[in-house]
Design a protein around this ligand. Structure first.
Ligand code: UGA
Length: 429
């Protein structure tokens, strides 16, 4: 089937490439000429394991191409996916102007029936606006359906998430659109849930908020564990074995970040407010998350007595492993707070250093964890990269000025670290 994917950011590029991988003909459109040039030359503008190879494979097979020409993309396709950014405005509301712009362009370009699908994360009821705008700007044809097909991709495992999802959500307004979308997704072996458009839009915000909720719950519980002598890992294991709860997203740590959870949470609180509901539960999820990042700083301070002029080494800067994404990374909040207390910070990340330099230009960046350890008073592990599990901890400890280790992701065992001579603190144990 013929697919036009408008927007070659994270969601658009992964989704477009995966649609090609399952056999469809995909044209990816972006108004950023540089991006399209890079993609045409076989490069990819983001870091995602396996994506470059998959793009190359599908371009070679003739199923995937890139253009800046929206009209051409729309003209040749049955499905037109909108996968442009909806970044937060200063007040936390998503900026939907790119969605509007794309909707006007689709309207102007359409000559025959299209299924116009929202892929970007949007507030509930956006579909109604998309329909209105497309209709207002349509010149040659008014034959179209709007649909919502939210994405649930995680950075770092996006390809697998697309090809083997837990579910595919299809919000439609007609039987025709439903049938076309079910056909499009036929090669994907997963439960498909068909809903109205508003429900599909809500499923996305509700899912991300619920997962954030789970994380803040376990983080709040980690405080109770610390105060009562319980172990959060065991508590999470015991809770998670209950199928109604599940073990996933019950890892206590230095807080959640990334471009999705913090932004979607804020947006959803705003959407609820606009609809007349004060979603206090989600406000508290946000507060707990903010406090959780700062608790890592407090722990470090407590183990060092004073933070002023102390050298602190940070392991991991990206908001989670297997990505170079620094957006809303907990490391930023933690490093800012450490520096505010007068600490001197050096840091290492396997892939995010260049991006981190753009956000935090004036800290020292190291080329290995061993460089980070050199002469520091404490190490704070913020992102649980696999690489950190294999370190030579004798070497690390010997390089440090004081052997204080704050494990913000509970990667290591307290007893083992103590045996190695570290003064160790985890989260909630
Ligand atoms: C998240 C969702 O998991 C995806 O389903 C969704 O499609 C995506 O947002 C989106 O809306 O685009 P992502 O932001 O890539 O995906 O990252 P996650 O793996 O969900 O992790 C988010 C944050 O939560 C990270 O900072 C991670 O360290 C933290 N986290 C996760 C915890 O602190 N504890 C956990 O148990 C799990």
């Amino acid at each position: 089937m013929k697919v036009c994917m408008i927007g070659t950011g994270y969601v658009g590029l992964v989704s477009g490439t995966c649609f090609a991988e399952i056999g469809h003909d995909v044209i990816c459109v972006d108004n950023d000429k540089n991006k399209i040039d890079v993609l045409r030359k076989g490069g990819i503008p983001i870091y995602e394991p396996g994506l470059e190879e998959l793009v190359g494979k599908n371009v070679k097979a003739g199923r995937l191409s890139f253009t800046t020409d929206t009209r051409a993309g729309v003209d040749k396709s049955l499905f037109v996916f909108i996968a442009v950014g909806t970044p937060p405005k200063d007040n936390g509301e998503p900026d939907l102007s790119s969605i509007e712009q794309v909707a006007t362009e689709i309207g102007a370009a359409m000559r025959d029936y299209k299924v116009i699908v929202e892929k970007s994360t949007v507030p509930v009821q956006t579909g109604t606006w998309v329909r209105t705008v497309v209709e207002r700007f349509s010149r040659h044809s008014k034959d179209f359906d709007v649909a919502s097909n939210p994405e649930f991709l995680r950075e770092g495992s996006a390809i697998d998430d697309f090809l083997h999802p837990d579910r595919v959500v299809l919000g439609v307004e007609s039987k025709k659109a439903e049938q076309q979308l079910l056909e499009l997704y036929k090669p994907i072996d997963a439960p498909k849930i068909v809903t109205d458009i508003a429900s599909a839009e809500l499923i996305k915000h509700a899912s991300n908020s619920f997962l954030s909720n789970k994380i803040s719950f376990i983080n709040a519980l980690s405080i109770i564990c610390e105060k009562s002598g319980a172990d959060i890992q065991k508590v999470a294991e015991g809770m998670g074995l209950d199928k109604r709860i599940g073990r996933a997203f019950l890892n206590a740590g230095a807080g959640f970040g990334g471009f999705c959870f913090p932004k979607d949470l804020k947006a959803f609180i705003g959407i609820a407010a606009k609809l007349g509901y004060d979603f206090r539960l989600l406000k508290e999820v946000e507060n707990i998350n903010e406090e959780q990042m700062l608790r890592v700083v407090k722990k470090t301070g407590d183990l060092l007595w004073n933070l002023r002029d102390k050298k602190i080494g940070i392991l991991g800067l990206a908001f989670k492993p297997n990505t170079d994404d620094m957006r809303f990374a907990p490391s930023i909040t933690i490093i800012e707070a450490l520096r505010k207390e007068g600490a001197i910070v050096k840091a290492y990340d396997p892939v995010a250093t260049e991006r981190a330099k753009l956000v935090m230009p004036d800290i020292e960046y190291c080329s290995s964890p061993y460089d980070v350890a050199k002469d520091v008073d404490a190490i704070v592990l913020v992102t649980e990269w696999d690489e950190f599990r294999q370190l030579d901890f004798h070497k690390i400890r010997d390089a440090m000025r004081q052997p204080v280790f704050v494990d913000g992701r509970n990667v290591f065992e307290r007893d083992k670290m103590a045996e190695l001579g570290f003064i160790y603190a985890g989260i909630g144990r």
